[in-house]
Design a protein. Structure first.
Length: 271
């Protein structure tokens, strides 16, 4: 980047724009090589808007290459109370575009743009960690599900509220939910919209770790440090291999392990 040339990548992440979207993005937190995204509308329990989902997508697009671990968390007592319910009222949310109607021909593209804010958290180049205290409801639960790993404070409460509001969960949460808890439990959780506490979440494998609230930050920092101790190319290749395993037979996966090892070791020797 030459002096005076606008830094388009960083410009995409202008903190003022992110703040307007209710987001904070800190590179190097909790450690060099990591970044932390904070949903930052605590007065409204980090209720989410399309602007926030688009802000998350912008962070994903412009993620600095040195960032290998991304922590997603919420300011205040809740991770997120889900979609800002004022969006369903005629008044809407001041300063926010209204939701696009499902009858609008542009609905599919618009929703895909919102989903982009969730999708990149699975990219093999990063490991994403949701640090959840308090409520993670609806769109907030789906955001936690989009992360590779979940660390929960013992007051965490997870709820897939959408069906109770006449909606399907549509922010990419259904696949990880089924992958993690299995179809029958996923169906039960979605169609009853019941709240799952931290202990049950751990039993259902929705949490890798549950800690007392006061220890959440420290536990996440320890996990991030452990993840960063692995070489970047090794972490990426391993994540890719593991992500592809469910869709493969044992023979296919064994072959993929062999291929990946050859490519990885060649890369490491050259690097
Ligand atoms: N949208 C807009 N405002 C919200 C939302 C929301 N989803 N959640 C909370 N708020 C606001 C409240 O209206 C309240 O505002 P006020 O201080 O101006 O009255 C403030 O945030 C604090 O909320 P409380 O209810 O007082 O906080 P409490 O800690 O007691 O409860 C809880 C938190 C359980 C999250 C509760 O607010 C709640 O049930 N919120 C709605 C959850 C919901 O149904 N979300 C939609 C899910 S579906 C989807 O995401 C697609």
């Amino acid at each position: 980047m030459t002096a005076g040339q606008p830094d388009l990548v960083r410009a995409d992440l202008a903190q003022a724009d992110l703040a307007r979207a209710g987001l904070r993005f800190e590179v190097g937190v909790p450690a060099p090589g990591a970044a932390t995204i904070t949903l930052d509308r605590s007065r409204r329990r980090n209720a989410m808007t399309p602007g926030m989902w688009q802000g998350l997508a912008a962070i994903g697009r412009a993620l600095p290459p040195e960032v290998r671990v991304v922590v997603v968390t919420g300011a205040g007592p809740s991770f997120s109370a889900g979609i800002d319910l004022r969006l369903f009222t005629p008044e809407g949310v001041p300063g926010e575009d209204p939701l696009v109607s499902t009858a609008d021909p542009g609905f599919d593209e618009w929703l895909a743009g919102c989903q982009a804010g969730y999708r990149w958290l699975r990219d093999p180049g990063v490991v994403s960690v949701a640090a959840v205290r308090g409520h993670a409801i609806g769109a907030g639960f789906q955001l936690a599900l989009s992360c590779d790993l979940r660390v929960l404070a013992d007051d965490a409460q997870l709820c897939m509220k959408e069906p109770a509001l006449g909606l399907v969960p549509d922010l990419t949460g259904t696949k990880p939910l089924v992958d993690i808890v299995g179809l029958p439990r996923a169906l039960e959780l979605c169609l009853t919209s019941r709240t799952v506490g931290a202990a049950e979440a751990a039993a259902l494998r929705l949490a890798e770790l549950v800690v007392p609230g006061a220890e959440l930050e420290g536990a996440v920092a320890d996990l991030v440090a452990a993840l960063l101790a692995v070489e970047p190319a090794v972490a990426r290749a391993t994540k890719e291999l593991l992500q592809q395993a469910p869709g493969r037979t044992l023979d296919e996966q064994a072959a993929a392990e062999r291929r990946t090892q050859v490519v990885l070791q060649r890369t490491r020797l050259e690097g």
